[in-house]
Design a protein around this ligand. Structure first.
Ligand SMILES: [Zn+2]
Length: 369
């Protein structure tokens, strides 16, 4: 071996060693950064108990959005345990927070009255069976209202949400790599070798949010499942079961609110005018056949700013809706557009919950602004 080769090998070994040391250093720095952040948040939350942030940021209110809630064993990825949810509500009770109803939220907005310093509002999207069987029962223990946005076609058992169908198929496939042709005609590489299952689901779901969703259910059932080599379930899988209309009526009699969340959960901004109308007015009409919808409130599927447009807001007004919620993480204030009311995802951990509920998050936003 020449002297030159030996020097090159040594250099390669040295650079590999340097890279390994750098990666350990980065990880340690990342770990220290996380510890420091947690310590700062702990201190900020202790200060938050005094009400100082609420004093600095008056008149606003957090609206939380729940998705899946489980009691005992977890049947699906994501979601919050009933015990964790209970601990949040116990905190609100101990600190004498006021949990508002939809009617009260509308009244504050219409009368332009600032939201009380210790007020909060809870919503939950889609209409799964666990919403009725678990989440509602936890709220009942505290006599707090929870507001359910339900996909009417889901409660009618005509469909289950397209994003869950996608997750169900990818989680069960043994195919490691597949070239897909999206409904838009673009090709998409699903690579389960280089991505984890969650990452693969997230990637494909995000790509599908921007394509024309008119035929999304047909595409998932006939194209995606065929490529994944997974049989499409003949009935809704138990972990994705909806609540029934009887359950929804029972929720109303117990003081909770039930409101439309479209007929099929397709992304409104990708649909034609006629389909938008069917999703917005049609879901309200279907809900009104089963129960009362007052005030008329709505939540956009997936709810990012890009998931709905001006035409959808016009359509909501024409249909008689008074309020609509998106999923932009911010506080509700009197300056908010009634058809673009923001919501925070309900955090999975207490420190993050306290950060929002005691308005430390609001103060941070104010300082940044
Ligand atoms: Zn939804």
């Amino acid at each position: 071996m020449s002297a030159c080769c030996i020097i090159r090998m040594r250099c390669r070994r040295r650079s590999r060693a340097q890279l390994a040391v750098k990666s350990v250093n980065d990880e340690m720095a990342h770990g220290k950064g996380k510890l420091l952040k947690a310590a700062v948040l702990r201190f900020a939350n202790i200060l938050g108990e005094t009400g100082v942030y609420r004093y600095c940021c008056p008149g606003i209110m957090p609206v939380f959005m729940l998705h899946r809630v489980y009691d005992g064993e977890k049947a699906h990825s994501g979601g919050l345990s009933a015990d964790q949810l209970r601990s949040y509500l116990e905190y609100l009770t101990a600190k004498k927070f006021q949990v508002l109803t939809m009617g009260e939220v509308l009244r504050y907005l219409n009368e332009r009255k600032p939201f009380p310093s210790k007020s909060v509002f809870f919503t939950i999207d889609d209409g799964f069976a666990d919403h009725y069987e678990v989440a509602a029962k936890v709220f009942d223990e505290f006599r707090y209202p929870l507001n359910f946005f339900v996909i009417t076609g889901f409660l009618d058992r005509q469909l289950w949400p397209w994003d869950d169908q996608l997750a169900f198929g990818i989680a069960r496939t043994s195919v490691k790599k597949a070239e897909l042709r999206l409904p838009s005609g673009e090709s998409y590489c699903l690579n389960l070798r280089s991505q984890g299952i969650s990452e693969a689901i997230r990637g494909l779901r995000d790509s599908l949010k921007t394509v024309d969703q008119q035929g999304i259910y047909h595409w998932i059932k006939n194209d995606l499942y065929r490529v994944l080599n997974v049989p499409f379930p003949k009935t809704i899988p138990p972990e994705y079961s909806p609540m029934s209309w009887d359950d929804a009526r029972a929720l109303q009699t117990r003081g909770h609110g039930v409101y439309p969340h479209t007929q099929s959960h397709r992304i409104l901004s990708t649909l034609s005018s006629l389909e938008k109308r069917e999703e917005i007015s049609g879901s309200l009409a279907r809900l009104a056949e089963e129960l009362e919808c007052s005030p008329k409130a709505f939540a956009y599927p997936t709810g990012r700013i890009s998931d709905y447009d001006r035409k959808d807001m016009e359509e909501l007004k024409l249909a008689g809706y008074e309020l609509a919620f998106n999923t932009v993480p911010a506080y509700l204030s009197l300056d908010c557009d009634h058809y673009q009311l923001p919501r925070f995802s309900l955090p999975e951990k207490m420190p993050e919950f306290l950060q929002i509920i005691n308005r430390f998050e609001a103060l941070k936003t104010k300082i940044r602004a």
